[in-house]
Design a protein around this ligand. Structure first.
Ligand code: GAL
Length: 458
């Protein structure tokens, strides 16, 4: 009884002290956002989402169905030709140039470069070499992602990241491409969103291989983080290793309790924040990885090399969710939304305070931070402009408050294949008509272009 009273009092005091961060947007002038002149503006894509004709773990998954008979991808859509970026990269680079950004983050499609284990395709290697040259010719810095969700089918057949010994295959691939491009490419991102690959692939089953096995999710998560460390070490030993910047790309998936007076909502929120955000950050801080959610994800791993394995932190930020614990729902929780929140087309709201909180969290690592992805799915293009201004206000505020954020890449250059949601989610600065591949600048994108224009040197 005494314990219960203590607990209730503790929750009340805690809530009085710590409120969910909410700014009064009526008092904020979104037209007076300022950034340092050196700030890097960019945009991003990923191979499987834009290139077309990929044969990899995702293209296989796109053909499949879940146990309940529903297709793996919404309405059984397939990536297919995507944005045909493989053929159209030159005109797409003109689009990149036209919006005034100076960095383009894109990923290499491992399955095209190494279609069979140890067999490298020169045409694909030359293709990316041409992309890099074309970017440089246009004064745009290429930023390469080495693994962005997709990998070759042969790698999947070997068990992909379920087995620690498979990491060496990814490292060999990275060594190979690094030796080709590192004389021209200064920024390298190793793994995109390890937590998403592990949890969506092995816990919710929304991503390939579509499994629901918490133990495996923990193992895969650990192996992805470990892959980063091994890739970093290997690339640093190669020519140009010391002159390039290598980082991981990690999304901060933010969770707050739905009911701040409900201990179960708090506990589940802690568990989610722990798995998605705190444990991996702690790994880079201490070299110790500990997942501690009994029955769901339980794993521990030590690699002291993790501590000095980042030249920058690539922060992706999209989502803030309120969690209501529900033992009867399939993921043990319900995602909840506040009445006045503005929804995007994805199951997230506009909550720009969240990117500030995420920056604050990852700044514990004392590294330069690049916002490697942030953007909005907005088919009607009715909230994009507001979204961009609010999130950039939050980023600019973080810089004024002393956080070391050096760049921002809007996701995405153009509408593309949004994984399990197919082509329904429209993140692009440019609208793509998938019937004829026509690209059209969206009205909402102008907010980004204007901010870049007023804040850049030239
Ligand atoms: C990220 C992912 C991107 C893109 C984005 C929008 O998780 O890295 O490829 O899909 O989400 O939802």
């Amino acid at each position: 009884m005494l314990f219960l009273i203590f607990l209730i009092l503790a929750i009340i005091i805690f809530n009085l002290l710590f409120k969910e961060t909410r700014w009064d947007w009526n008092k904020i002038n979104l037209d007076s956002i300022t950034f340092p002149k050196s700030f890097i503006w960019g945009t991003a894509t990923a191979s499987h989402q834009v290139e077309g004709n990929c044969k990899n773990n995702w293209s296989e998954f796109e053909k499949g169905f879940k146990n309940n008979g529903k297709p793996n991808i919404k309405d059984a859509q397939i990536s297919g030709l995507a944005c045909d970026h493989w053929q159209r990269y030159k005109s797409d680079i003109e689009l990149i140039k036209s919006i005034g950004v100076k960095h383009y983050r894109f990923s290499l499609e491992w399955s095209k470069i190494e279609p069979e284990l140890g067999v490298f395709n020169d045409e694909a290697l030359n293709h990316y070499s041409d992309v890099i040259d074309e970017l440089l010719k246009n004064n745009i810095e290429p930023v390469i992602t080495l693994h962005h969700f997709s990998h070759p089918i042969w790698f999947d057949k070997l068990g992909a990241f379920e087995k620690e010994k498979n990491i060496s295959h990814l490292v060999s691939f990275c060594d190979k491409v690094f030796s080709h491009y590192s004389n021209r490419v200064k920024y390298w991102c190793t793994i995109n969103e390890p937590g998403v690959v592990a949890i969506q692939g092995y816990f919710t089953g929304m991503f390939p291989p579509g499994e629901k096995n918490g133990q495996k999710a923990g193992e895969v998560y650990k192996n992805l983080l470990e892959s980063h460390v091994q890739i970093y070490k290997s690339l640093k030993k190669l020519p140009n290793g010391n002159s390039v910047k290598i980082g991981i790309v990690k999304n901060i998936n933010q969770f707050d309790p739905w009911n701040r007076y409900n201990i179960f909502d708090w506990l589940f929120t802690f568990a989610m924040n722990h798995v998605f955000n705190w444990a991996p950050i702690n790994f880079f801080k201490t070299g110790k990885l500990k997942f501690r959610v009994p029955g769901l994800i339980w794993n521990s791993h030590i690699n002291k090399d993790a501590v000095k394995s980042l030249d920058f932190f690539g922060l992706n930020y999209y989502s803030h969710n309120h969690i209501r614990f529900n033992p009867f729902s399939k993921d043990y929780s319900d995602l909840m939304y506040k009445k006045n929140d503005i929804m995007t087309d994805m199951p997230y709201t506009i909550y720009a305070e969240g990117i500030y909180r995420a920056i604050k969290l990852v700044s514990k690592l004392n590294l330069p931070i690049i916002i490697t992805e942030n953007g909005v799915a907005d088919k009607e293009d009715s909230i994009r402009s507001e979204y961009i201004k609010k999130y950039l206000f939050a980023v600019s505020k973080s810089i004024k408050d002393g956080y070391n954020v050096v760049g921002y890449y809007y996701w995405s250059l153009m509408d593309n294949f949004e994984w399990a949601f197919g082509y329904d989610m429209r993140f692009g600065l440019f609208e793509v008509d998938f019937e004829n591949q026509k690209r059209t600048l969206k009205k909402g994108a102008k907010a980004y272009i204007n901010i870049i224009k007023t804040q850049s040197n030239e």
